[in-house]
Design a binder for this molecule. Sequence first.
Ligand code: NAP
Length: 240
Amino acid sequence: MNQTNPGRLDPKGRVIMISGAGRGIGAAIAARLRQDGYHLSLGARTPDDIVQPVGDDCMHHPFDALDPESPRIWAAATVEKFGRIDGLINNAGVAAAFGFEDGDEADLDRMLEVNVKAPYRLIRAALPQLRAAGSGRIITITSLAGMRFKRGSPGYAISKFAAMGLSSAARSLLWDDGIRVTAVAPGPVNTDMMPLASGLAREDATQPETIADVVAMVLGMPNNASVAAVPINAMFEPLP
Ligand SMILES: NC(=O)c1ccc[n+]([C@@H]2O[C@H](COP(=O)([O-])OP(=O)(O)OC[C@H]3O[C@@H](n4cnc5c(N)ncnc54)[C@H](OP(=O)(O)O)[C@@H]3O)[C@@H](O)[C@H]2O)c1
């Protein structure tokens, strides 16, 4: 527990895996959590893209969400370096914009693979260590597109609704192991992925550093204060 706030978990020495840490929201989360004193295992398709330097408190590892073996190999390497895993941030994601009458079903498969199956596999791979930690944490960056359909890509929405389902199931089934599970669900965020269809100027979208703030807040919450989902609006809308 943190000395100044006994309600918060102390970041010192807690080991957090972050997928897609090379850019966008993942890079912002990595920067924020490092500053807070966590130990980081950063996964990216091209680890050379990761800005955070390798050190005693930070490792890089290849992670390709399209490779079913990649989660297991990355989790094993994390345990080899740090001896534990306390948290998993499922951040890597892809979006392809097409509707019901255009597009390619292969893009739908790719979104399901990266946005749903890879997080599922990562949870499985990290689970023994998250259980052993007694206060394991799983945060998945889903989307408002996974809570209601407003505009944009049906396939992306399908994948993010499924990611919400994954988060919900993990929250329920892993609760008794002390693992707390949260879906962080932003609207438009100022990254390469920001949907142009939102009509927002980049400066009016939510900034990736703000998502990182939310992740940092959720990650430090004690076992008796769990948040199931954090919807984050850049513009007003009533939510279900
Ligand atoms: N930006 C938004 O408006 C918004 C809104 C709601 C939710 N989100 C969600 O937020 C998360 C982060 O997105 P972002 O905004 O930071 O987008 P981004 O800048 O496009 O970054 C996407 C990240 O996912 C990684 N990734 C993509 N395919 C991968 C694969 N096959 N294997 C491993 N990593 C892969 C990318 O790695 P590479 O660098 O190797 O491509 C990159 O790190 C995603 O889950 C996204 O759906 C974004």
